[in-house]
Design a protein around this ligand. Structure first.
Ligand SMILES: *Cc1c(COP(=O)(O)O)cnc(C)c1O
Length: 363
């Protein structure tokens, strides 16, 4: 029996090692380590990839979300709608921008914001929607954008898990007012450290974000805004430039593994849905089962490692006690109690997936 890891970042990055070394040498020799050519070139390439006009590199995915919110200067305490079943970063970003997160329920088929349920969470204080393309599946952007337009709301997307995802050929990163990405090492486009970016078609917003990420300064030692130190490193941009041309290949590999799961797994498991026209990049391949914990142990006993995204919803986190009514989000509770992420990375072989399927189906 072969041990199957959930993921292995060294293995995942092994094909790019030589190119990474070349880039490291180039950055070292350049003597320019912050906000230089590498960042500028990567920003242009990533904007093009996302079919967006502009891209602003920042320190990480959380900072991308916080700076995007701050770029608008919403009145303090304004409400931003986020999904109740998201990773904690989306909720933290709203709080760190001095705004109030309002949790709206997911659609149980897609785990993304349910457009149908959304209007009842909109109040006169709501200023923005923050949809999350969870697990790599695009949200129903046509529906969300039309709701935003009807209520006069901004749309800032959390695409930390959805690099390369698309709807009818239109890439995530080109839909809302701003789209936020993370290049955390495990993401579909992952750096060798922290990194993030924001894409937008609005030149004025892009300019504001460039100022905000660099101490609120456009001209050295003169500060127009209360900014952050939130810059993407030259070194990380140089590494990302190696992987961006491979992103479609990385996504295709994960999609092929996901297709095996979708075909091979028995119907006892609630599998991700495929939607006409939607390209899901399967950052995470998650299934649901009422006996999730017993299933997870069963797999572990047979050498198969899994993950849970996420064991505890944001409204049940100790740090967020008092912010939300923990009993008001039953759909998110159901997801968090039953979801299980299966091995599905660029470093996995199809035979390993077949082995997981075989063990799963014997459960
Ligand atoms: C990874 C992630 C983030 C945060 O990204 P960091 O780069 O780790 O700050 C935000 N939202 C979601 C949905 C994520 O998966």
């Amino acid at each position: 029996m072969r041990l199957i890891e959930y993921e292995n970042l060294a293995k995942l990055n092994a094909p790019f090692e030589d190119a990474f070394r070349t880039q490291f040498e180039a950055v070292l020799q350049s003597g320019w380590y912050i906000l230089g050519h590498q960042v500028q070139q990567f920003e242009q390439a990533f904007a093009r990839y996302c079919q967006a006009e502009h891209c602003v590199g920042v320190a990480n995915g959380l900072e991308a979300l916080v700076l995007a919110l701050k770029a608008y200067e919403f009145p303090a305490g304004s409400e931003v709608i986020v999904p109740s079943n998201t990773y904690v970063a989306t909720v933290l970003a709203v709080l760190q921008a001095g705004l109030h997160p309002v949790l709206a329920p997911p659609d149980m088929a897609t785990y993304n914001l349910d457009p149908q349920a959304l209007p009842q969470y909109i109040s006169p204080r709501t200023v923005a929607l923050m949809p999350v393309h969870l697990y790599g599946k695009p949200c129903d952007m046509p529906a969300l954008l039309s709701i935003a337009q009807a209520y006069g709301l901004k749309v800032i997307e959390d695409a930390a898990q959805a690099h390369g995802a698309s709807i009818s050929g239109q890439k995530v990163g080109s839909f809302g007012d701003m789209t936020c990405f993370s290049f955390y090492p495990t993401k579909n486009l992952g750096a060798l450290g922290d990194g993030g970016a924001i894409t937008t078609n609005d030149a004025a917003l892009a300019e504001r974000l460039r100022t905000l990420r660099n101490y609120g300064s456009q001209q050295k030692y003169y500060n127009q805004l209360l900014g952050h130190n939130s810059r993407l490193d030259e070194l990380q941009a140089a590494f990302l430039a190696v992987k961006l041309p491979e992103l479609d290949r990385i996504n295709a590999h994960k999609q092929a593994l996901a297709a095996r799961y979708l075909e091979g797994l028995k119907a006892d498991f609630i599998k991700p849905v495929l939607q006409e026209g939607y390209t899901d990049v399967f950052h995470i391949f998650a299934v649901r089962h009422p006996e999730r914990d017993r299933l997870r142990q069963y797999l572990l006993d047979r050498g198969i490692k899994t993950e849970i995204h996420y064991p505890l919803p944001p409204f049940r986190q100790e740090a967020l006690q008092g912010y939300f009514d923990p009993e008001a989000h039953p759909l998110a509770d159901t997801i968090h109690r039953t979801i299980l992420s299966l091995p599905c990375s660029f470093a996995h072989h199809p035979e390993e997936i077949e082995q997981v399927i075989e063990v799963m189906n014997a459960f």
